[in-house]
Design a protein around this ligand. Structure first.
Ligand code: SAH
Length: 356
C-alpha cells in the first residue's frame, strides 16, 4: 500500500493539488489547513465542517498525525520534555520551556545527529534520519495541544527554536518548508521573526539563509575561539573552520534587519574552554572580524554520564561574561532549564525513564 500523505506537512498549494487529485473542490484545502494548524485537530473525524463522506475518504488516503508521544517528563521548573516516535520507530524529542513573558518550544530537525560534537549527548546516537517538514510541524502542534488544549488559539508570542536534536542546516529544505507552513496566518501563525535556528556551522547554508528575505533568526554554535580546540570539540570545524564561519557570519550580519542581531552560542566546559584567556581570545576574534551585531550566549555545560565534561564554576562563568563585555562584546548567560529531566541543551538522547 502506498504511504498515506501526511497533510500536516503540506503547504496550502500542495493541499489544493491533493484535493483536485482526489476529485474534490480546491476550497477544501484551506478548510483542512485551518483544521490542522489553526484548530490543531489531529483526526479528520473532528473536522465536522467537512462532509462525512469526505472525512471517510481522507481517512483512506491521507493522515494528519504520524508522531506518537511515548512519554512526557515534567521538570520542577515547568519545562516539559516529550519523547515521540515516528511511524518507522525513530525517536524525536521536543521541549516546552515556559517563561513569565512567553513560551518557547525547542524542536528537533533530525532524529539523532550526524555531527560529533564531543560535549553533546545527541551525538552519541549518530544520524538516524532527517525529519520531514510534517514531522517538524507536528512536534509543535502536539506540544501546543498538550500545554493549552486542542482548539485553543496558539498564544501570540510563542517562540520556536531549532535547538533540539539534529543539525537543522543538514535538513535545510524541510526546515524552511516547515517554517513556511507554521508562519501562515490561517494556521499556527508563528512568523519567522519568532523563530531561531541554531547551526554548528554549516557555512554554505549560512550564506543561503542570508539571502532569504523572510527568515528566522540565526545562532551559530562556536564553543571555542581557536581551530585547534574547536577541531577537537566540534569536528565539523575540520570541514569549515573558524575563519570560514566568521566570514559567513559577517555576510549574514550585513543582511540583518534594523535592530536585529545574531548569536554565537558558546557551551562552557569546565577547565576546557572557559578560562580568562579563552574569553579574551573570543572577544578578539569577534572584534577582528568587526562583528558588531552579535551577542554571545554562554551555555554552561549540561552534564551526562556518557560525556567527559563538567560544568564550569559559576564564578568563572560570570568572569568570562565580564571579560567579553569589557571588550565591547555583549554576552548573556543561559541558565539551564529542565536539567533534572534531561531536557537541557545537549541532553536529548531518548532517555526513557518516566517521571510521572
Ligand atoms: N546542531 C545545532 C543545534 C542543536 S544543539 C547546533 O549545534 O547548533 C543546541 C545548542 O546546544 C548548541 O549550541 C550546542 O552546542 C549546545 N549543546 C550541545 N550539547 C550541550 C551540552 N551538553 N551542554 C550545553 N549545551 C550543549
Amino acid at each position: 500500500m502506498a504511504e498515506k500523505l501526511h497533510l500536516t506537512g503540506c503547504l496550502p498549494e500542495e493541499l489544493a493539488a491533493f484535493f483536485v487529485e482526489i476529485g474534490e473542490p480546491k476550497y477544501r484545502a484551506m478548510q483542512v489547513f485551518k483544521g490542522l494548524h489553526e484548530r490543531r485537530l489531529h483526526d479528520f473525524e473532528e473536522m465536522t465542517d467537512l462532509p462525512k463522506a469526505l472525512r471517510a475518504k481522507l481517512q483512506e488516503t491521507a493522515t494528519c498525525s504520524i508522531l506518537t508521544v511515548e512519554s512526557r517528563y515534567i521538570s520542577e521548573d515547568g519545562t516539559r520534555r516529550y519523547l515521540m516516535t515516528t511511524h518507522d520507530g525513530f525517536p524525536v524529542e521536543t521541549v516546552y520551556i515556559p517563561t513569565e513573558s512567553r513560551d518557547t518550544i525547542c524542536f528537533s530537525s533530525q532524529s539523532g545527529c550526524p555531527l560529533k560534537c564531543d560535549f553533546c549527548l545527541t551525538a552519541k546516537l549518530g544520524l538516524l534520519r532527517n525529519l520531514t517538514a510534517g514531522e517538524i510541524v507536528e512536534q509543535i502542534i502536539l506540544v501546543l495541544n498538550d500545554v493549552y488544549g486542542v482548539g485553543v488559539e496558539t498564544p501570540h508570542g510563542t517562540n520556536l527554536v531549532a535547538m533540539g536534536a539534529g543539525e537543522p542546516f543538514l535538513n535545510f529544505e524541510n526546515l524552511i518548508k516547515a517554517l513556511e507552513i507554521m508562519s501562515n496566518e490561517e494556521g499556527l501563525f508563528i512568523v519567522p521573526n519568532r523563530v531561531t535556528v541554531s547551526t554548528a556551522g554549516i557555512v554554505p547554508k549560512i550564506y543561503e539563509l542570508a539571502a532569504i528575505e523572510r527568515r528566522p533568526h540565526l545562532a551559530i554554535s562556536l564553543s571555542a575561539p581557536d581551530n585547534e580546540l574547536r577541531d577537537r570539540l566540534m569536528p565539523i570545524n575540520k570541514r569549515w573552520n573558524i575563519d570560514e564561519v566568521m566570514k559567513a557570519a559577517k555576510v549574514f550580519e550585513k543582511s540583518l534587519k534594523r535592530g536585529e542581531r545574531f548569536t554565537f552560542e558558546y557551551v562552557q566546559l569546565g577547565g576546557v574552554n572557559d578560562s580568562d584567556e579563552h574569553a579574551y581570545e573570543l572577544a578578539d576574534l569577534v572584534n577582528r572580524y568587526k562583528l558588531n551585531r552579535v551577542k554571545i550566549n554562554l551555555i554552561p555545560h549540561n552534564p551526562a554520564e556518557q560525556l567527559d565534561y563538567h560544568p564550569p564554576d559559576n564564578f568563572q562563568v560570570d568572569r568570562f561574561k565580564e571579560i567579553l563585555e569589557s571588550s565591547g562584546v555583549s554576552a548573556y548567560v543561559r541558565r539551564p532549564r529542565g536539567r533534572d529531566i534531561y531536557a537541557a541543551c545537549g541532553q536529548l538522547a531518548a532517555k526513557q525513564e518516566r517521571n510521572e
